[in-house]
Design a protein around this ligand. Structure first.
Ligand SMILES: Nc1nc2c(ncn2[C@@H]2O[C@H](COP(=O)(O)OP(=O)(O)OP(=O)(O)O)[C@@H](O)[C@H]2O)c(=O)[nH]1
Ligand SMILES: [Mg+2]
Length: 410
């Protein structure tokens, strides 16, 4: 199986690891379950630093899918609030922590002791924020971080304010692209003292700006610029705060399907599922529906997340839920994810297309009781559910972002 060995993706790495469980379904299941859950245990730390009032807490809330008034949100305000290092975990995903750090050069955080005081070694990224111009201290920090082979991004916040001001002052000649280019140039000039080139992300920090300007690129950069072993974890741990992160999640979830299908195919659980064509296929409903639950959560489609989105965007929640119906994939009121998975499975006809011959051959060589029917069914079923939920999620997202854009005034 050299083909599998060369492929560094999650699924190939996991499938190769199965060689140690040859003809031992129990061991294989434990191994696969461990691998599927491993991303939740990878510690990820992101430092968010900058002077008082630049919008650190606002940004941290937005990237965690929260508003200042939500439970667990970082306090936001126009008076100085950050005087100490504070950790904010991702709701429901405690392995990912955003650290609210005071800027360099305040009396309590002078350059000499800054890195040590903030325990710099633990961070994957440093985000250096300003709402005006970057300071000598910001540049100093970037150089130190760079020397230590850590990643950093410069972030210019409050872009919405700049645009609103321009719109107010020069309504007849207002040109968003030109204003953004001007701010970008100003930032780059401002950072010319830096010993190497870097990118500045222009953002509005509030939740209604998460799909605007460079916010999506900044969010996805946190996933794409991390070591490959942590990438899967970062992609799944982050809230789907923009379409780009949602798409990353889709890719990661798709990559796990082999592993979930294999768990059923080597085990032959005793509970049958009946297909519409009347064929009985055996699969581990528990692990398959657990995976579907993960999809619903990752795609922001839980009751709770839909209701938050409806609240933020001021769209009736039923209007968002109706999107499900057009894809014929909705959970009925009160229906558990397990029952939902069984129901979709009953109506599902696997397509002979897209069968994964290399993987099936590999698994058959490892497990004598490997069930091809089960493998094909679960793989096809999960692909079908994931694709349908992704379509719903994208449409819900577009609707919410449209409403937010209308509210933002720029
Ligand atoms: N218009 C606009 N206002 C923002 C933005 N980011 C933050 N604010 C506002 O600016 C004020 C300060 O924001 P915070 O997020 O508390 O700033 P901070 O950097 O955490 O401040 P300290 O904790 O004092 O260091 C708040 O009133 C925010 O609502 C933004 O991108 N656009
Ligand atoms: Mg703050």
């Amino acid at each position: 199986m050299t083909e599998l060995a060369k492929d560094p993706s999650f699924s190939s790495t996991v499938l190769n690891g199965l060689k140690k469980s040859r003809n031992d379904p129990a061991n294989a299941t434990t191994y696969l379950k461990g691998k599927l859950e491993a991303w939740q245990k990878v510690e990820l730390n992101v430092a968010v630093t900058g002077n008082s009032g630049v919008g650190k807490s606002t940004f941290i809330n937005t990237i965690r899918g929260l508003r200042a008034s939500d439970k667990g949100a970082a306090p936001v305000g126009s008076v100085e609030t950050t005087k100490e290092v504070k950790a904010y975990v991702q709701p429901g995903q405690e392995n990912l922590v955003f650290w609210d750090l005071p800027g360099v050069g305040t009396p309590l955080f002078p350059r000499q002791t800054y890195l040590q005081k903030v325990d710099w070694e633990k961070y994957e990224f440093f985000l250096i924020l300003t709402s005006t111009r970057f300071t000598e201290n910001d540049i100093w920090l970037a150089e130190e971080v760079h020397k230590a082979h850590k990643r950093f991004f410069f972030v210019r916040t409050r872009i919405n304010n700049d645009l609103l001001n321009e719109k107010f002052d020069y309504p007849d000649t207002y040109d968003e692209a030109k204003i953004l280019a001007k701010i970008r140039k100003d930032c780059t000039d401002n950072l010319s003292g830096l010993s190497h080139e870097t990118r500045v992300f222009l953002i509005g920090g509030r939740i209604e700006h998460r799909q605007r300007w460079d916010f999506p690129q900044l969010s996805i950069s946190l996933v794409r610029n991390i070591d490959s072993i942590k990438r899967q974890s970062m992609g799944l741990s982050m809230v789907a705060s923009c379409r780009e992160v949602l798409e990353e999640k889709y890719k990661e979830l798709e990559d796990r399907i082999h592993a979930v299908a294999t768990m059923s195919a080597v085990r032959r659980a005793p509970l049958p599922a009946v297909l519409s064509a009347g064929i009985t296929v055996y699969f581990d409903k528990q692990s398959v529906s657990e995976e579907v639950k993960t999809y619903i959560d990752q795609m922001n489609l839980t009751e709770e997340k839909m209701s938050t989105m409806s609240d933020i965007a001021k769209i009736p929640v039923d209007e968002l839920k109706n999107i499900f119906t057009s894809y014929d994939i909705s959970l009925k009121p009160g229906e558990s994810v397990l029952k939902f998975t069984e129901r979709v499975s009953r109506d599902f006809k696997p397509s002979p297309k897209g069968r994964d011959e290399a993987v099936r051959k590999f698994l058959k060589s490892l497990f004598t009781q490997f069930s091809e029917d089960t493998y094909d069914h679960v793989k096809g079923l999960l692909e079908h559910i994931l694709n349908s939920l992704m379509m719903v999620a994208l449409e819900v997202f577009a609707k919410v972002e449209d409403a937010l854009k209308r509210q933002s005034g720029v």
